[in-house]
Design a protein around this ligand. Structure first.
Ligand SMILES: Cc1cc2nc3c(=O)[nH]c(=O)nc-3n(C[C@H](O)[C@H](O)[C@H](O)COP(=O)(O)OP(=O)(O)OC[C@H]3O[C@@H](n4cnc5c(N)ncnc54)[C@H](O)[C@@H]3O)c2cc1C
Length: 415
């Protein structure tokens, strides 16, 4: 008989876990607090698939960079000063992890995860439509200093087997005929790709609903029943749900949900914004990151989405207009076909990234409960890593050995 699995959270990580677990013959239910067309973190993001991102957020130089940004109201990074023990502990752990040894250990793991995930996306593109474009990503640098920084990052990526090409301004322009560039140069990561997140979520949901997966919308997990090292039921606003295995994939809310079980999953919400131009003046062919501004620019069908900022302000979705202005003002500096006024009147979408202190996801079984697993903490790479996360989680649930070593991602590493 198929083992029953209950997945808490219907974001991109929960849905991919459901897909691969069902493919392995498990009987899957997803319980999601919102509705099918929720506008959470998995919907309004920049849709980039990024094998280029082999360095975790916790890396040398990030603490000093963050401190430099703190004083500017339009900067891409902000921590709201507040008396929070969780924030202090998270900050101390981030600081301890932001070193060269951590990067050296984590980069091969992230590379393997990203490349395997990209392969899953390519395979999936044959069965469902989500606007996959595999032309690579341009890291656009406005300054020679920025270009030198990114050239070093490209060397590091290449040393790990991730292709990257340094381009002059003219070479970058030749690769991107869709818009004019005003940059010092760029790095091209040919294995990066992009997709349309809303379409991905809708296609995944529809394919799950057509399969044996049961989706329970508008139901929130509010507590748990446990006995002798096992979870017996999830208590929800629509009654108790029982299963043989439970997977926590509730994004940044996994922390409070896990706390109810006595499981410690330190995370901070990394708030970001995006704005989508439905009919842009010009449409780039490739997705791009504006290096100095930390802004993402992604063509999605005929639309163009720009996004950015990382604000640690707690679980709070209030829009800070100065930071949204910071995103909008960066675009014409790199892409002079656009004007700040192009974005007038567009609503700013808000998303909360689930950020672990060491920049690595939490993935695997917990030691505290034999039948509880965790799949979260992907920070700015949750879309990119969602398929491989789902596949690894399905392997775990089916009792198969993981196809990639996930020891470094243990959800117990801060217990
Ligand atoms: C501006 C911005 C740009 C980004 N760009 C990219 C990008 O280009 N590439 C990339 O890879 N990533 C990107 N990200 C990050 C990515 O969006 C996230 O990492 C990813 O969406 C996280 O997915 P998730 O499924 O873990 O969490 P979520 O999408 O947050 O899903 C968790 C779900 O759990 C549900 N839930 C919570 N609590 C409960 C409960 N108690 N009971 C039931 N359900 C519950 C929530 O309603 C939610 O639907 C970006 C993020 C932002 C903000």
């Amino acid at each position: 008989m198929a083992r029953d699995v209950l997945i808490v959270g219907g974001g991109v990580v929960g849905l991919f876990t459901a897909r691969y677990a069902a493919e392995r013959g498990l009987s899957v239910t997803v319980v999601e607090r919102g509705g099918p067309a929720d506008e959470g973190c998995s919907f309004g993001n920049a849709g980039m698939i990024v094998p280029s991102h082999v360095v975790p957020l916790a890396a040398p130089g990030m603490v000093s960079l963050g401190l430099r940004y703190l004083l500017s109201p339009e900067s891409p990074f902000y921590v709201r000063p507040r008396a929070s023990l969780d924030l202090l502990r998270w900050g101390a752990r981030f600081w301890r992890a932001a070193n060269a040894r951590h990067v050296e250990r984590s980069a091969p793991v992230l590379r393997d995860l990203h490349l395997a995930s990209r392969a899953c996306f390519e395979e999936l593109a044959g069965t469902i439509d989500f606007g996959l474009v595999t032309r690579g990503l341009l890291m656009l640098c406005k300054t020679t200093h920025g270009l030198e920084e990114e050239a070093r990052a490209a060397d590091h990526a290449r040393s790990l087997g991730v292709p990257a090409t340094a381009l002059s301004a003219a070479e970058a322009q030749a690769l991107e005929p869709g818009v004019r560039l005003d940059v010092a140069g760029a790095i091209h990561y040919p294995l990066d790709a992009h997709l349309t997140p809303g379409r991905l979520m809708a296609s995944l949901r529809e394919s799950l609903e057509r399969s044996s997966v049961r989706m329970i919308w508008n139901a929130s997990v509010t507590g748990w029943k446990t006995r002798e090292g096992r979870v017996e039921a999830a208590v929800t606003t629509r009654g108790d749900l029982t299963a043989d295995e439970y997977v926590l994939a509730a994004g940044v809310w996994s922390t409070p949900v896990a706390r109810d079980l006595g499981v410690s999953l330190p995370m901070q919400a990394g708030k970001g914004y995006s704005l989508t131009l439905p009919a842009p003046r010009r449409l780039p062919h490739l997705c791009a990151l504006l290096h100095e501004a930390r802004v993402a620019v992604t063509p999605m069908g005929r639309a163009l989405r720009v996004g950015g900022t990382m604000e640690l302000t707690g679980i709070d979705t209030a829009v800070n207009p100065a930071r949204v202005r910071g995103i909008v003002k960066a675009v014409p500096r790199y892409l002079p076909d656009f004007e700040v006024g192009d974005f007038d009147g567009l609503p700013a979408w808000v998303g909360l990234r689930p950020c672990s202190p060491d920049g690595l996801p939490y993935l695997g079984r917990t030691g505290r409960f034999r039948n509880l697993s965790v799949a979260t903490g992907h920070s700015m790479m949750g879309v990119s890593l969602a398929p491989i996360t789902g596949r690894l989680m399905a392997e775990t649930l089916a009792g198969a050995p993981p196809s990639i070593d996930i020891e470094a991602l243990s959800p117990d590493r801060y217990s």
